[in-house]
Design a protein around this ligand. Sequence first.
Ligand code: ASP
Length: 331
Amino acid sequence: MAILALHGGAGGDGPWRGLTDLDPRRLQCLENVLSLIGTKLQSGQLNALDAVTLAVEMMEDEELYNAGRGSVIAADGNVTMDASIMRGCDGAAGSVVNVKRIRHPIRAANLLLHQGWPVMLNSDAADIFAIKNGVEEVEQSWLITDLRKAQWQKWRDSKGRPGSTDEDDSAVLDHDIDLEIQDGMGTVGAVALDSQGRLAAATSTGGMTGKPDGRIGDTAIIGAGTWCDNDVAVSCTGVGEAFIRTCAAHEVSNQLQKLIICGQENPLLNAANNVLELVAPLEGRGGVIAISKQGEVVLPFQTMLMYRGYFNDGEIKTGIGAEEYDFPHPN
Ligand code: ASP
């Protein structure tokens, strides 16, 4: 059994309005990653940790997602990126915070995981560590795309603020702004179960448009945006502050244990949904992808959409709104 699941961010309220002009490209990226990395995972060429790292790197390279090149722009006009990764068998983890000069933040987090100590590095120190260890150095001007400049300008014009509530009508998750100008996408994440039964999880993001200098989202925080143990691998997306305050990714594992003991059916789906319900009253909303060691794979979300997909022993499915597409998806 080999399973790889991906998300490309969640956002928006109300019913899904259908494919935007850019969505086929986002779906194609998901399908390429699922097909390439999923097949290698299944054949045993990749273990779970390498699979989630490579999957997230490929998504960091797709500028329509909010990670790596094409990350959203902070209040000060710069891109600053967070990423974290965790391996289930030994709880090894790595995380980088507010990096600005590297192409693949998830590779830097992976290098920290392998180094073993420290688990987290921030800002310049994280960039320097990554570059010294072979992660490609890039300019801010390369990371910032025209699409993101337009989105940032829209945020400035609307005086949006990060973390604002749904009711303010100015929340700044990617999709919330983007849906109107049809160019939205989000944070990326991957979870995997390899043929040896090993689990891993990884998440990478530019954060939220207009975030204040120094803001750290859930994506960088082990237990909030990313968690993996021997039972479950989890990657979250959404309003990060609420996911931090609920230790959301770790809480999926907690809930799963309880539901298994109670003998519930579909325990992982119920665990993930329970966590989304904990997040909601804290002005948070978003989605979760998770795989259990038993091979249950779930991708629930409480927003209008979540870009997502999975490879499950050769079967590939992707989705944006409530429905799912078989691979290849209809254009
Ligand atoms: N969770 C991310 C953050 O708060 C944003 C997202 O998932 O879109 O930085």
